[in-house]
Design a protein around this ligand. Structure first.
Ligand SMILES: O=C(O)c1ccccc1NCC(=O)[C@H](O)[C@H](O)COP(=O)(O)O
Length: 218
């Protein structure tokens, strides 16, 4: 039996209007990418504007990939993040030094990756499981074999990777995660796939409606 309600995070937000759509549609959290190489990376100025616009009770999350301590501190000095999300090869001590709750993202090749992550990251506030891509740390739009996810979970499990409104209800019924995380699946369409960092309001609303539907039909 999973949580009574699946928590939701809309990730890779880069515009105030997308943050407000996500909040109005009921998202529990939004994610800002502080990783320069990402096409969804935000500047500090963008992040400050989004943070000022986000209403209470929506968890403002900052994503990092192998940052230095100063990188994170410089963001926190300007942007009031509620939660940190680490995607790289950081250590637990590194992640825990900022006086913020934090979660760890792991790229999953098989069940062992998740089971060892529950041990290695036992001080995290949650474990985000995402598709494995050797070249990219996250935001790939790819899903993975959910059947490798163990039922025993010492930490809240957040399912990510290739979710969209067509598959999220199935994912919730099958995996019973604490939360779900989406980025590419709610982005606007463009000539070469999705427009990274530009969300589609209708896709966000549909995604969150599907989560609600799955929760009601459990
Ligand atoms: O979005 C990025 O470009 C990114 C780059 C480096 C690390 C993490 C990144 N994003 C993380 C996420 O957006 C999500 O947590 C997750 O990977 C889901 O993405 P998607 O498969 O596109 O739904």
């Amino acid at each position: 039996m999973g949580p009574v309600r699946t928590r939701t995070k809309i990730c890779g937000i880069a515009r105030v209007e997308d943050a407000l759509v996500a909040a109005d549609a009921g998202a529990d959290a939004i994610g800002l990418v502080f990783y320069g190489p990402s096409p969804r990376a935000v500047t500090l100025e963008q992040a400050v504007q989004i943070a000022e616009a986000v209403p209470a009770f929506v968890t403002l999350t900052g994503l990092f990939v192998n940052p230095t301590r100063m990188d994170v501190e410089q963001v926190l000095a300007r942007v009031p993040l509620d939660l940190l999300q680490f995607h790289g090869d950081e250590t637990q001590d590194f992640c825990g030094q900022f006086h913020r709750r934090w979660i760890k993202a792991v790229r999953v090749r098989g069940r062992d990756d998740i089971e060892s992550a529950f041990v290695d990251w036992n001080r995290a506030s949650g474990l985000l499981v995402d598709a494995y891509d050797p070249q990219r740390y996250g935001g790939t739009g790819q899903s993975f074999d959910w059947s490798v996810i163990p039922e025993q979970r010492p930490l809240p499990l957040i399912l990510a990777g290739g979710l969209n409104s067509a598959n999220v209800a199935t994912a919730i019924r099958q995996v019973q995660p604490w939360g779900v995380d989406v980025s590419g699946g709610v982005e606007a369409s463009g000539p070469e796939g999705t427009r990274k960092g530009i969300k589609d309001a209708a896709k966000i609303t549909e995604f969150l409606s599907e989560v609600n539907r799955a929760n009601q039909t459990d």
